[in-house]
Design a protein around this ligand. Structure first.
Ligand SMILES: [Zn+2]
Length: 316
């Protein structure tokens, strides 16, 4: 049995996105209530993070952008973009806490206290670009964690596998010219945000270090596992990551209201198993998984359970 951390803080519920917003506190409340009734609850190591130091946020986002978010949240603005990135006065601190959750996970896993960790934080991060709020995301939590692992723990090569149903435009943009971070995304395409074409493969020194696996609406486990076997696993073997991170959105579930992909809980379990094999080969079994989307409360809760069960037991 692996030591797996569940990184969570009750203050994650204070990020208030208003009524009828899909990215709502109930996502985490339902997930925790569900996990509490499963055998894995007692096997998980329950850890509370603290706020990320702004110094670490600045490794990904410029100071003016961080200050802009702080000022606009504290001023009581309710929407930070021209879409649906809703905030409240607490959102800036909660966003620092979401990034802090990933930093805590990196510390625990890199110090070998934990094999793996799942960061059950919000707001999510993978749409946040270097200096652009987008798609419910303020700071790019997984990108900040990857940089922290490189700068604070001496990791050279980080692979980020993003199976959220939406393309992680922010993570792609942040590392597009960087050969030290392999960014892999499976996502419905076409779908908002519109990026993530097969032809987007990185640029400059980062050419070949972005791997997009666009999926037609209606695709399911068969197409996802084919992409893993034919494209993603070979790319990971070639890259030989020292740390494997997962942008773990669960909105590619068949019951999710925001997209049209047909995965099930078992699909997430199988993808987790495949990544654990890669991690066992190159990363000492370490996986840091960071919650992104997932908007059917019960499908999200059950999918997280499946993902965590495999991280703990190596099978479902
Ligand atoms: Zn998503």
């Amino acid at each position: 049995m692996n030591n797996v951390g569940l990184i969570y803080h009750p203050d994650y519920l204070k990020h208030d996105t208003g009524s009828n917003h899909p990215e709502r506190p109930e996502r985490l409340e339902t997930m925790l209530q569900h996990l509490l009734q499963t055998p894995i609850w007692k096997q998980l190591h329950h850890l509370q993070p603290s706020l990320a130091a702004v110094e670490w946020i600045q490794k990904v986002h410029p100071e003016y952008y961080i200050k802009m978010i702080e000022k606009r949240c504290l001023a009581g603005e309710e929407i930070l973009d021209d879409g649906d990135t809703h905030v409240c006065p607490d959102s800036y601190a909660v966003a620092l806490l979401a990034a802090g959750g990933v930093l805590h996970a990196v510390d625990q896993v890199m110090n070998n206290t934990l094999h793996s960790a799942f960061c059950a934080g919000r707001p999510p991060g993978h749409h946040a670009e270097t200096a652009k709020v987008m798609g419910f995301c303020l700071f790019n939590n997984v990108a900040i964690g990857a940089r922290y692992a490189q700068l604070n723990h001496g990791v050279d090569r980080v692979a980020i596998v993003d199976w959220d149903v939406h393309h992680g435009n922010g993570t792609q943009e942040i590392f597009y010219e960087d050969p030290s971070v392999l960014y892999v995304s499976l996502h419905q395409y076409p779908l908002w945000p519109g990026t993530g074409a097969l032809t987007e493969t990185g640029s400059g020194k980062g050419e070949g270090y972005t791997l997009n696996c666009p999926m037609k609406p209606g695709s399911g486990e068969k197409e996802y596992l084919e992409a893993f076997r034919n494209r993603i696993l070979p790319a990971l073997h070639k890259f030989q990551p020292q740390l494997l991170m997962v942008s773990a959105g669960f909105d590619a579930h068949k019951d999710d209201p925001l997209a049209n992909i047909q995965l099930t809980e078992e699909s997430f379990a199988t993808m987790t198993e495949m990544l654990m094999e890669i991690s066992a080969t190159y990363c000492g079994g370490k996986i840091i998984s960071v919650l992104e989307g997932g908007y059917n409360l019960h499908a999200l809760a059950r999918s997280v359970e499946a993902h965590l069960t495999v991280l703990i037991n190596e099978t479902i």
